[in-house]
Structures are given as C-alpha cells and as structure tokens.
Design a binder for this molecule. Sequence first.
Ligand code: HMG
Length: 306
Amino acid sequence: MTYPSRVKLVDVGPRDGLQNEKQPVPAAVKIELVERLQAAGLRHIEVTSYVSPKWVPQMADNAEVMHGLKRRSDVVYSVLTPNVKGLEACLSAPREEWPQEIVVFGSATEAFSQKNINCSIAESIERFAPVVQMAREQGIHVRGAMSCTVGCPYEGEVAPEKVGHLARLMKDIGVQHVGVADTIGVGTPGKVRAAFEATLAHYGLDEVSGHFHDTYGQALSNTLAALEMGVWQFDTSVAGLGGCPYAKGATGNVATEDVVYLLHGLGIHTGIDLDALIDAGVFVSQALGREPNSRVSKAIRTKRCA
Ligand SMILES: CC(C)(COP(=O)([O-])OP(=O)([O-])OC[C@H]1O[C@@H](n2cnc3c(N)ncnc32)[C@H](O)[C@@H]1OP(=O)([O-])[O-])[C@@H](O)C(=O)NCCC(=O)NCCSC(=O)C[C@@](C)(O)CC(=O)[O-]
C-alpha cells in the first residue's frame, strides 16, 4: 500500500474542541493552547468561530483570542464564519489579526442544517456565497466544512448523493476546499470512502480533507481508509477535545496525538514533535479538569512515569 508522502493536519482543538465546553474557558487558556500547538509543529490551527454568542457562548471571545495570539509567519490560522456578519466582525480587526483561511459550514442533511445554522441547505448556500466572494477578494482562502456526510443525529444514515449535492453547491459558489465530516462519529471505512468518492466528483484530491469524530472508535480506521484513497489533509483535535453543540452525544474529534503516532508509524513526516503535542494536550486537559482523550498520550505518559 502506498500512502501520501506528506500529510497536513489542521488542529481544530481550540475551536471544535472547546466550542461545546459548558465551563467558561478563559481566552488566555485558548491563546496558550494555540501557541503550544504551533510550538509543537502544527502549521494549521483552527482558532475560533465568529458565530452568534447566543448559539455558542464559548466562542464569544473570538476577537480577544485572535488579538492575543503571538503569531508565527509559517502558521495558517483559520476561523469559522457562517455569514457576512461573522466575516465582517472578523475583518473589523487590524489586518495582521485576520485569519488566512475562513470556513463556511454546511450540512449534507436538511435537519442538521436547521439545527446547526437555522436555515435550509439552499439558504445556507445563499448566505455563504457573499462570504466566499468577500473573503476571496481579500485573498483569504475559503474552506467548506460538510457536516453529516455519513450519518446525521436527526436523519440517520446519509446517502453519498447528498454529499455530492452539497459538494457541488459549495464548488458552484467558489469554496476552494471541502472537508468531509463525520460529525457524530458513526462512519466506518466503506461509508467514509463513499462520501469521499461523491465529493471527489466535484473537488480534486488536493482540495479535500477528512474530519472524523471518534464516538464509535472508528476515526483512526477512517483516517487510514482516506489515506489509502490518497487524501492527505485531515482535521484533528489535540487531546481528542470536542463535539458539536448541535450533535448531542457525539464525542470529540480524533486526537491529534493518535493520528500523529499513526502517521509516524507509517513513515509519513509531519514535522510535529509528539512529546510537545502531548504536553499541549495535558495543558488544556488540566485547564478543563480532565484527562486527555488520547490513547497515545496516555501510553506515552505512563511510559514517562515508568
Ligand atoms: C449561523 C447563525 C448565526 C444563524 O442564526 P440566526 O438566528 O438564524 O441568525 P440571524 O441572522 O437571524 O441573527 C440572529 C441573531 O444572531 C446575531 N448573529 C447572526 N450572525 C452572527 C454572527 N456571525 N456573529 C455574531 N452574532 C450573529 C444577529 O445579530 C442576531 O442578534 P440579535 O439581534 O438577536 O441580538 C447561528 O445559527 C449560529 O451562530 N450558529 C452557530 C452554529 C455553530 O457554531 N455550530 C458549531 C460549529 S459547526 C461544527 O462544529 C461542525 C464542524 C464544522 O466541526 C464539522 C463537523 O464535524 O460536522
């Protein structure tokens, strides 16, 4: 089996990982988390989202976090912007605090679209179109997240045709890259492959990524299945943090630590220092009062103690 020679990981821990936390997480902790991730070698970090603070209170400090970061010139910072209001809020900061990439997020199912962003799929595309245009005019890269590509908490199994339909709509409005998300972590390799195949009818292999939650413990298998298709970009979350507020019961994303261990084991270079990454996961987990949700982190920390 041949695997891609390079893999890009986007650590979504500061955004996807923390958005669902009920306890307030101070901006200083979020900032230190991003800085620890970049020090560990992560070069793509999803920092925050410009969404309604009534819907997701944890992300209300978006501007403070973007302002407080000590940025590195070799790191790409991204943020979620569901509508023009969100993008305008993000761009109201001085240019040096802008992200290089924004994310619009849609759903392959109508029910999740309504629950998550309060509109139909068609309406979401209408909302995204001016966001995409404005961002691209400013030289900001646009990624699209496609939720519920294999399963939906409200509609159950999702047909690949629905994924292909959303991918085409995203392509038509100029979204440059799409992430195939298993929002509730129910996917298995065959289903994930089918979701990618439907997406690859509209996007090239260099324009797609995988985003796997680990609710059923399948995220590493799904990552491997995607790697075997030639997919080389993945979202992961330090310490396995996360969950979407509108996908009840779904656990966090696959832990970055576990994916890095897998990749290094396959001989794929990531540039990530696994020990420093584990320490970043311990830092944020301690701030949240829990253990990191990563088997690799646990194993390596046990070995360190021995
Ligand atoms: C999309 C909206 C805003 C629509 O929400 P809405 O209520 O339909 O919007 P609206 O335009 O009618 O505005 C209602 C209120 O929200 C305000 N508002 C409107 N837009 C913004 C904004 N951008 N920033 C700040 N405030 C905003 C607006 O000003 C107004 O305030 P009010 O007059 O009531 O005081 C809302 O549904 C929302 O914020 N949803 C949040 C959804 C979210 O963040 N979900 C989690 C992220 S997605 C995810 O995790 C999945 C992913 C990406 O990881 C992939 C996967 O695993 O599937």
